[in-house]
Each structure stands twice: as structure tokens, then as C-alpha cells.
Design a binder for this molecule. Sequence first.
Ligand SMILES: Nc1nc2c(c(=O)[nH]1)N[C@H]1C(S)=C(S)[C@@H](COP(=O)(O)O)O[C@H]1N2
Ligand SMILES: [Mo]
Length: 259
Amino acid sequence: MTIKKSPALVAIDGDAVVKEALRRIEQPSRRLFLQRSLTLGGLSLLTGCAIVDQDSVEHALMRVSRFNDKVQGWLFDPRQLAPTYPESMITRPFPFNAYYGEDEIRQVDANSYRLEVTGMVADRHAWTLTELRALPQTDQVTRHICVEGWSAIGKWGGVTFSSFLSRIGADTSARYVGFKCADDYYTSIDMPTALHPQTQLTLSYDGQPLPPRYGFPMKLRMPTKLGYKNPKHIQAIFVTNTYPGGYWEDQGYNWFGGS
Ligand SMILES: Nc1nc2c(c(=O)[nH]1)N[C@H]1C(S)=C(S)[C@@H](COP(=O)(O)O)O[C@H]1N2
Ligand SMILES: [Mo]
């Protein structure tokens, strides 16, 4: 049997708890905001959570982060375009990143590949790579920003995601679009971002088929969102009203992840 400590009996070192709270926050802007304004009492006031142990710190921070998702959703302007750049500014070589090293890059077979489409869509047929490549494509040169502290400019080509969503008869009144990848990665985005004109089902990098390191055969590219919101090696797309979370988001990264 486990004995639940009564809050009054838990001795809390306030400074240590706030430090721990800050350590768990990856997004530099949020860390700055909290460093300037956060006290233990402030965090309790902000969230209505009693801060009595490490678990409630986690809970309180999660409340702040979900609130932050809402505010970012309200502030998101579906017509505001992210900056684009001349090709001369492309970062070479473009960095690789994943939750594993380059020696474990997933190799997806082009011929047997199928993109599964499920959830609130009219047409649930699975797409071959040939079918995807037959759709109209455009290029974009935009900046990718990773929370680990680097950013880089790259050129991605593919299908405007909103046109893909209309082709599959997606219910665009749904809240989320979720993605499952060929590795253990998964993520999800809000519908306004899914419909943003620069959100792209990406099939090429720098004029060449998307190489394995950057997510062969297909990734989602969104210059309006941080790197971890851009899933590589996508195998399944689903439209849903049930919050799908994400690989890093479920470990505390902010879900909206706007850049
Ligand atoms: N499938 C998959 N997608 C992923 C990741 C991953 O580990 N697996 N990492 C994310 C993170 S944190 C970043 S910064 C970018 C890196 O993309 P790049 O290798 O094209 O630079 O991919 C994102 N998408
Ligand atoms: Mo990242």
C-alpha cells in the first residue's frame, strides 16, 4: 500500500521547485517569460494548482502549456505568411535531427510504401508514392527552427496540404490532424495550421526526392511551426476531434509549437 502524504507534511524548497519547473521547459521564450515572472505562488495562482510536490509542478506546468496552446491558437493568423528566402541563403549542408542518431535513419521502401488516411475523411484509400508524386507540386525556401538551439534555411517541394485535405474530403471543422511516422515519432496539429497556405506535404528537398535523412518518402513542412512539429517519414494521417498529442509534446514540449 502507498501512503499519500498530506500536503501540510511535505516540506517544499520553493526555489528548488521553481528551478526544476524551469528545467522542464524547453521553449526559450517560455523559459524567459517564466524567469521574469514566475514564483511558486505565481505558478499556483496562474494554474489554480496547489504546488505541494514534484507531480503537481508537472501538472501546473502542463496547465500553463495548454493555456499557452489556446493563446497561440487565438493569435495564429491563418493568412500571415512565414518569411521566405532566396535560394542563395540555403544552409548547406542542412542539419539532420531526430530522437536517434544518423546511424539509425529509417529506410522506407518506395515500392511498398502506402500513406494511410483515416478518421474524419470521405476518401480513406491508401496512397502510393507514385500517386502522391502525380499531384501538383510547389517549392518553398523557408527557415526551420529547432528548440535545441539551431535554425537553418532549406528548400522543400510538395503538395499544398490544404489541397490534399480537400482531395481526401477531410472534415475541416475537426480540431486536429494527426501523423504517425515510420520510426516511433508521432505528432498532431491544429486545423487552422493544417489549412495554412505554406503547410506542405513534402516530397522533395532541394529539387531531389526527399532523402532518408530528411524523412523519405514524405514529411510535413510548416514554416509557421517549430522543428519538432514537422514529422518526417509519415505513414499515416488522421483527422480527429480527439487530442492526439505527440512524441515530444507528451514529454512536456508545448503542443501548439508555433515559431
Ligand atoms: N519521424 C520523425 N520526425 C521528426 C523527428 C524525429 O525524430 N522523427 N524529429 C523532429 C525534430 S526535433 C526536428 S528539429 C526535425 C529535423 O528535421 P531535419 O532532419 O530535416 O533537419 O524533424 C522533426 N521530425
Ligand atoms: Mo527539433
